[in-house]
Write a protein that binds this ligand. Structure first.
Ligand code: AHM
Ligand code: MG
Length: 335
């Protein structure tokens, strides 16, 4: 018997008491929005959705048409349900308050509407990443400050990858589950429970073209991997880099590996390229829930106290023993 996302969420609410009804509703709505985005992505050139939108987001990145479409789909789907107080997105400068005409809920939703933007027009996997926080108790109204909570406070996180299959991956703090979109039925069907990342791996993912800009601990780790069987690691490594974090993390959740987008010397004042609140935190929690680890080289990503909505962070995540090794190299450097 197949289990739909709706049924899984009802069970999480009823039997396990893990999630209240409002959070269940919120996750159903996010999943519905992902289905719409999946349809737009699949239509591609036929839907006139490819190419640049001719605008820039707050991070100075050129927005693609699909970045904007995905952002609008998520906002329109979520603003009226009564479960949210506000939203924040990679594609919006400030937070988006639920309009007064709708009831206000107690949750905060953050998302990267379409991650892997450089892959949109070339038909390579892309995805939506989301993170859910609770509005702090006792705060009047809602402001950007309410969002600035460490990743440990997330109550739900996940992503939907639009690849050969559309797969929604979710955690509500009870392990990681995967649902595949059944297009005929129009529903997400549970296809993997208790996802576990093996502690060891022979596969790393990093953009090697930045090698000359890396910090010494990252150079050391990759150099040791590249030496293969003859080097200190005593085994050959394989490399993958999809340039869509969702797709790279999906591979790691499926068969292990390590993913790194570390700080580098290109822009020394920026802590990294990836964004903490709607990229690293949700991925970090998924990876930890699957038995892996996620750090910024010095501490768990989930323990980083954000000071800005669009804050960036150095990211090292995946198979536990490898992440611990790279983190150890960083900590040794600072001694
Ligand atoms: P985006 O949110 O603008 O798509 O940027 C994030 C993406 C990640 O998905 C991916 O890991 C990384 O940027 C790729 O960067 P690069 O092109 O420097 O390799
Ligand atoms: Mg992104």
């Amino acid at each position: 018997m197949s289990i739909s996302l709706s049924r899984y969420l009802v069970e999480q609410q009823r039997a396990k008491g893990h999630i209240p009804p409002e959070l269940r509703l919120l996750l159903e709505v996010v999943a519905r929005a992902c289905k719409s985005i999946s349809q737009a992505v699949n239509k591609g050139a036929l839907g006139g959705v490819l190419g640049s939108a001719g605008s820039e987001n707050v991070q100075g990145e050129v927005q693609k048409k699909l970045d904007i479409i995905a952002n609008e789909v998520l906002i329109e789907a979520n603003e009226w349900g009564g479960h949210l107080a506000a939203m924040a997105s990679e594609e919006m400068d400030g937070i988006y308050l639920v309009p007064n005409r709708y009831p206000q809920g107690e949750y905060l939703l953050l998302f990267d509407p379409l991650d892997g933007s450089s892959n949109i027009d070339v038909n390579v996997s892309i995805g939506t990443i989301f993170s859910v926080l609770k509005k702090p108790e006792g705060s009047e109204g809602v402001s950007e400050k309410d969002f600035l909570q460490p990743g440990r406070h997330q109550v739900a996180a996940g992503y939907c990858v639009y690849g050969p299959q559309t797969t929604l991956v979710l955690t509500v703090g009870d392990g990681v589950v995967m649902f595949t979109l059944d297009r005929e039925q129009g529903s997400f069907v549970l296809t993997q429970e208790s996802v576990q990342i093996p502690a060891d791996t022979k596969e790393f993912a990093i953009n090697m073209s930045n090698m000359r800009h890396w910090d010494a601990p990252v150079k050391r780790y990759i150099d040791e991997c590249l030496q293969g069987k003859e080097g200190p690691r005593g085994k050959d490594f394989n490399m993958r880099w999809i340039a869509s974090m969702v797709a790279d993390v999906h591979r790691i959740l499926s068969r292990g590996g390590i993913f790194m987008y570390p700080w580098d010397k290109r822009e020394p004042n920026k802590p990294g390229k990836l964004r903490l609140m709607y990229e690293a935190n949700p991925m970090g929690w998924l990876v930890e829930q699957a038995g892996g680890a996620a750090t910024n080289g010095r501490q768990a990503i989930l323990d980083v106290q954000p000071s800005q909505l669009h804050e960036r962070v150095s990211v090292i995540l995946g198979s536990k023993n490898e992440v611990e090794r790279v983190t150890k190299y960083h900590l040794e450097q600072t001694k």
